[in-house]
Design a protein around this ligand. Structure first.
Ligand SMILES: Nc1ncnc2c1ncn2[C@@H]1O[C@H](COP(=O)(O)OP(=O)(O)OP(=O)(O)O)[C@@H](O)[C@H]1O
Ligand SMILES: [Mg+2]
Length: 325
């Protein structure tokens, strides 16, 4: 990643006929950066990606790559390439022909085409699959081919719309790691869309958290986790307890920032243990308190200390404050 700006979305608005869409989106993406658009269903992630790729027209604003506006160009003339959630490959074509298609459109000579196809298959570890048809491969393999097909077109910006969401958990994890490796090795600029915060946390240089057609916060995974700018982000990223403080504000505290001791001394809040769940190297407890249910994480070596029904005192190591929504 470097400091040059590869892509700018400038005060961009896209409204569909019914008034839904995204409004006043501003976003700069650096060369070699992987930026994730993260947010709940319907918040406008795909809409932004499609306006960048040229599959839908924007209502207002501009989009530039290397400082030049691209909004009048059709998708195939833009220096972008998009991978969709599913139905990526042409079913009647072999892997080889799927990969070759875009290269042919760009009038790349046969010999170079073949080199690029082997290079692409190598990148996604799919050598030997040239003659297979899409329906002879697993979902994960098909998405690998779809990504290879986009990569060998050498786009200035690669657009990925939930490319792994149809895959099972283990394959999804592998694909994330592979994508991140390829992306950093080749220094590719990527905009990645997901509604999975864990995926966004793992993959991204920066995350753009969206809600209802606008951007709530942009920042590194660390910044967004440690300093959620709004009540929405605080509730959307990671686990958070919200406690009314009686003044129209809410105190927010993460489960790992609460310490629990037995008895009723010295706490700023008191409660009763309702559930204790073993989650590997830590425990999740829910506590009934004067302010409602509170979730806390504690080390599993403290497992024996707490039982359902115990009276406990809570202290907070770190809290946030938000206006009530
Ligand atoms: N072709 C369309 N015509 C009208 N409204 C649309 C169209 N496509 C999307 N919308 C609306 O625009 C808003 C944003 O949709 P978009 O598909 O960008 O969301 P998303 O964040 O990608 O959601 P998901 O996570 O479900 O894919 C939603 O309210 C959606 O209903
Ligand atoms: Mg979408």
């Amino acid at each position: 990643m470097d400091d040059t700006i590869k892509l700018s979305v400038i005060n961009m608005t896209k409204l569909y006929g019914n008034g839904d869409g995204v409004k006043n989106i501003d976003l700069d993406v650096h060369t070699g950066e992987l930026v994730t658009l993260l947010g709940p269903s319907g918040c406008g992630k795909t809409t932004i990606l499609r306006t960048i790729g040229g599959f839908i027209d924007l209502t207002d604003g501009d989009i530039t790559i290397d400082g030049k506006s691209i909004i009048t160009l059709p998708p195939e003339k833009r220096p972008t390439s998009m991978v969709f959630q599913s139905y990526n490959l042409w079913p009647h074509m072999t892997v080889h022909d799927n990969l070759e298609f875009g290269l042919k459109l760009r009038k790349i000579p046969k010999e170079t085409r073949e080199q690029k196809i082997s290079y692409g298959l190598n990148l996604v570890k799919m050598n030997g699959f040239e003659k297979k048809y899409p329906n002879q491969m697993s979902g994960g393999q098909q998405q690998r081919i779809a990504i290879a097909r986009s990569l060998i077109l050498e786009p200035e910006v690669l657009l990925l719309d939930e490319p792994f969401s149809a895959l099972d958990a283990k394959i999804r994890m592998e694909m994330r790691e592979e994508l991140r490796k390829i992306q950093t090795d080749l220094n590719i600029t990527v905009i990645f869309v997901t509604h999975d915060q864990e995926e966004a946390m793992m993959l991204s240089d920066r995350i753009v958290v969206m809600s209802k057609g606008h951007i709530e916060q942009m920042g590194s995974p660390r910044e967004i986790y440690d300093h959620p700018a709004t009540r929405f982000v605080a509730g959307f990223i990671g686990e958070m307890n919200f406690l009314d403080d009686g003044s129209g504000k809410q105190v927010a505290v993460r489960p790992e920032h609460i310490s629990v001791t037995k008895g009723t001394d010295k706490g700023i809040l008191h409660g009763t243990v309702r559930t204790v769940m073993m989650l590997g190297h830590y425990l999740e407890m829910t506590l009934d308190t004067e302010k409602g249910l509170v979730k806390v994480y504690i080390n599993s070596d403290q497992a024996d200390q707490f039982q359902k029904g115990d009276q406990v005192a809570l202290n907070f190591d770190h809290t946030y404050s938000y206006n009530k929504e």
